[in-house]
Design a protein around this ligand. Structure first.
Ligand SMILES: Cc1cc2nc3c(=O)[nH]c(=O)nc-3n(C[C@H](O)[C@H](O)[C@H](O)COP(=O)(O)OP(=O)(O)OC[C@H]3O[C@@H](n4cnc5c(N)ncnc54)[C@H](O)[C@@H]3O)c2cc1C
Ligand code: SF4
Ligand code: SF4
Length: 400
């Protein structure tokens, strides 16, 4: 199959795979198969649901290549080692027309929310969001007010806090919503658009600076990533084309009695910064508890560590978890949830608790398993709790 645009192909590393076939048994749609030599993924079937990723004992299943012509099953069966990532001309999900970008954005958003278990509602007391005010054919123009690195220079990831001024344009956003960024193509023509990407807004509804018509984004530079590099390289005074706002369910309750349990990795912290700032500005003495469980590889690569330290514990209980600190055990957000089992079980029993999960898709399974175990130990049926929370607009997942 030759594609009109590039795609990310799911592959298995034959050098590490131990041929246990757990992934094949896990895949819900039969996209994985094997012969005597290799275990392979059928690009025509795989829908990137990620169900196979966490059960794999070796990590060999978590391999991806951006391709214009996908590797066939026959090619994969013959491999002794995975091919290197090749340089390709176009980025994944790159539309050829401005009109098609609308569909791209809708698909990205639906995919990001698929882990919530189907269509969800916003919390009952959430404000009504504005959506789709600016389309790719008529974007807003924002001016960069600042772009600074959040992660330390020694960290292996470059994450930026980017502040955008909307000037006189009406661009209302609520905490939890995203904006679309239109990255220009390589032609050098300012009006040309290569593709659209979504970024969560990390500032509250009344502005990054209170009362100003500006907003902030938290952007991680991805190796060879088109839009993230474009954003991370922006300078003060540069302009950016924005679409949106997007998202009508991943929103915070205005009711300050609600308890908020926020679980994130990496840039998944963006909406939680917005939510925390909104509560801090409006209801610093709220009776609702806010709990953050935040995973990163190292303290140096944790975005928002500095400002987070300044939020009082009475407002936000912070639980920071690191998976790559030399000499320490690897710890993930699900490990921290398990350690907090009594607190989490108490939260699950209250119908004023809202759960938010945001960040890397790979975190979903571990978190789900931890909730299941905690609920079971507390005499609760997690599937029932989760579906009741979903029906109430109190359970939200946004992963990418
Ligand atoms: C609802 C939602 C909210 C999001 N919020 C945030 C957020 O707050 N912060 C954030 O940082 N991200 C966020 N994202 C992710 C973001 O939208 C982008 O997916 C991310 O920034 C990568 O986009 P990109 O254009 O830089 O990478 P792409 O160009 O799409 O590339 C993706 C990957 O493909 C590979 N690749 C691309 N082109 C090539 C090539 N020519 N050759 C070889 N390999 C290649 C690279 O490995 C690259 O890392 C969010 C996503 C969603 C859906
Ligand atoms: S990502 Fe989902 S569809 Fe693809 S191989 Fe894994 S389990 Fe199957
Ligand atoms: S689960 Fe992992 S190790 Fe086992 S066959 Fe699949 S890719 Fe190989």
């Amino acid at each position: 199959m030759v594609l009109s645009k590039a795609l990310k192909q799911h592959l298995i590393d034959p050098e590490i795979c131990i041929r246990c076939y757990t992934c094949e048994q896990t895949c819900p749609i039969g996209a994985i198969e094997h012969d005597d030599n290799n275990v392979v993924v059928d690009v025509e079937k795989c829908n990137h649901c990620m169900d196979c990723i966490s059960p794999c004992p070796t990590g060999s299943i978590d391999e991806w290549r951006v391709v214009e012509t996908p590797y066939t099953l026959e090619q994969q069966y013959e491999w002794d080692e995975l091919p290197e990532q090749q340089e390709i001309a176009t980025a994944p999900n790159t539309s050829t027309s401005i009109e098609a970008l609308d569909d791209d954005i809708a698909a990205l958003l639906a995919d990001a929310h698929s882990g919530a278990g189907g269509k969800t509602l916003a919390p009952a007391s959430a404000s009504k969001p504005s959506v789709n005010l600016y389309k790719p054919s008529g974007p807003a123009t924002a001016t960069v007010q600042g772009n600074y690195r959040l992660t330390e220079d020694s960290a292996d990831s470059d994450v930026r806090h980017i502040i955008l001024d909307l000037g006189q344009q009406n661009f209302p956003v609520l905490e939890g919503q995203s904006v679309g960024v239109l990255a220009p193509d390589a032609s050098g023509d300012d009006d040309s658009t290569a593709m659209a990407r979504l970024y969560s807004v990390s500032s509250p509804r009344d502005g990054e600076r209170l009362g100003y018509n500006n907003l902030s984004l938290t952007v991680k530079r991805e190796d060879k990533g088109l839009c993230s590099n474009y954003l991370c390289d922006l300078k003060k005074g540069d302009t950016v084309k924005l679409t949106g706002p997007y998202g009508s369910t991943f929103l915070m309750p205005n009711d300050a009695n609600c308890h908020l349990l926020m679980i994130c990795t990496g840039t998944g912290s963006a909406p939680f910064r917005a939510i925390t700032m909104h509560r801090q500005r409006l209801h610093p003495d709220a009776s609702g508890r806010m709990t953050l469980v935040f995973g990163a590889r190292t303290p140096e690569s944790l975005p928002y560590f500095g400002p987070l330290k300044k939020v009082p514990d009475s407002l936000l209980q912070k639980n920071l978890v690191y998976s790559r600190v030399e000499g320490a055990d690897k710890r993930y957000v699900q490990d921290e949830l398990r350690d907090m089992a009594d607190d989490i079980a108490a939260l699950l029993k209250q119908d004023s608790t809202c759960i938010y999960i945001c960040g890397l898709r790979a975190m979903e399974d571990g978190v789900e398993q931890a909730f299941n175990d905690i609920a079971t130990s507390a005499g609760l049926d997690w599937a029932e709790v989760r579906s009741a929370m979903r029906a109430d607009g109190r359970y939200h997942v946004e992963t990418y």
